[in-house]
Design a protein around this ligand. Sequence first.
Ligand code: FAD
Length: 444
Amino acid sequence: MSQSDIDIAIVGCGIVGAILALGLLKSNQAQPRTKLTIRVYEQTAVPREYGAGIGFTTATRKCMALMDERIADCVGVVATLNGEPENPDYSMRFVDGFRTFPVPQDEGYEDVSIHGKVYKLYVGPRGFEGCHRAQFLEKIMKLMPEGIVQFKKRVEGFEYLDSGRVRLDFADGEQTECDLVIACDGIRSRMRELLFTSAYNAQYTHQLAFRGLVPMDAAIQKLSRYRALRQHMQCGPNAHIMHFPVAKQQLMNVVAFVQDPNEWSSTSMTAPAQKSEVVGAFREWGPFVRALIDLLPENLDKWAVFDTYECPIPRYAERRVALAGDAAHAASPHHGAGAGMGVEDALALVVALTRARADVDRGVAVGKTLEAALKAYSKVRYERSQWVVRSSRQLGWTFEWMNPDVGAEMDRAFADIRDRSHQVWHFKVEGMVAEVEREYHRVL
Ligand SMILES: Cc1cc2nc3c(=O)[nH]c(=O)nc-3n(C[C@H](O)[C@H](O)[C@H](O)COP(=O)(O)OP(=O)(O)OC[C@H]3O[C@@H](n4cnc5c(N)ncnc54)[C@H](O)[C@@H]3O)c2cc1C
């Protein structure tokens, strides 16, 4: 490390921390005089992601590509197309999964067709690509140079030093110093708690997500090829259930959301679950939904859905410490956009810190440029990402006919889904980049 290097610590090596590190490292390739030295501190022993699906929008992939083309390529490699592999289907489908059918007295229902209107939402070519999470993180980590990530390093505390630098304290008793900290430590962020107190911890939304994988052959046999290979969201009272193909169409991922009046007391956000819990929750739904649930394995996982809807932090940065990804704005998963927001954050940080570094090259004080970069980042990213936190909750209510403005009217529900989704998808990435640069120069 030379005297003029800027020493950046990233806390957490989830999707956002890893992508941010790669974006910052790539910016060094332009051979600036001042280099960014990157260290990522991860509490686990190895990179870890759950084996579930995650979708990325075109805007998210564009942000990835602007940081490093290879990151966006990783999505393409592991993504599973919706529909037939040789004839992809670029629409999401929303249906009323509840009405139309009385519960059959005997459970020997045969008719599993979808009756009523199918609402199609066009996402555009490769507009929302679904990947296996663990596979995506594994690909990304292959791009990470040796020695950047230090595992088994849980950050417990930090302190500003008189020099302006920041000291990080690890759970193992070790310490390190750096010029800047970016905390990407997820929904249960320790750094958020240290900066803003535990009053801002993410809260349980009283919703459970049951998740299971079904062999595609079995799904096709029971639900028909056309429906099994295409994403569908089944809406209804106080619950909703979606399915989409994963693992290159070999498996169907099923996620069933149900309201839960109880508190979530476990320290883990997941717990083992039984199929019977899902069967019970959807007992009175239409035959397609019950046939879908019938396909699930006996042993499932359930995830407690948490978010920061009720306790938004007031800003994303203080002096030389910033929060990004779920640490800054944890959303419920109904927009499928939480990681996407984190990727947008990462690009905004790369742009702001590239400007800061250029000014350090011109002789401006490091502290001044870094604080200006974080202020610009926080200002530009706050409104949109907080809107996504709120809208994700509201979209969940729409799916579950709990939105008082929409009720159980599927035409109105679909209009709400379409408008909210477009606001997430049709994002002007270049506009954000320009805004970060403007804001940086304004506050410097
Ligand atoms: C059911 C569900 C479906 C979803 N679907 C989508 C989707 O389709 N599209 C989408 O964009 N988003 C989706 N999301 C949201 C997305 O999963 C999250 O927004 C994203 O994973 C957050 O990434 P992150 O890197 O900020 O946090 P995390 O992935 O939680 O990573 C945080 C990392 O920090 C580490 N860490 C934590 N504390 C410390 C510490 N003190 N010291 C060191 N390391 C620490 C952790 O071990 C972890 O590796 C979904 C979420 C759920 C629950």
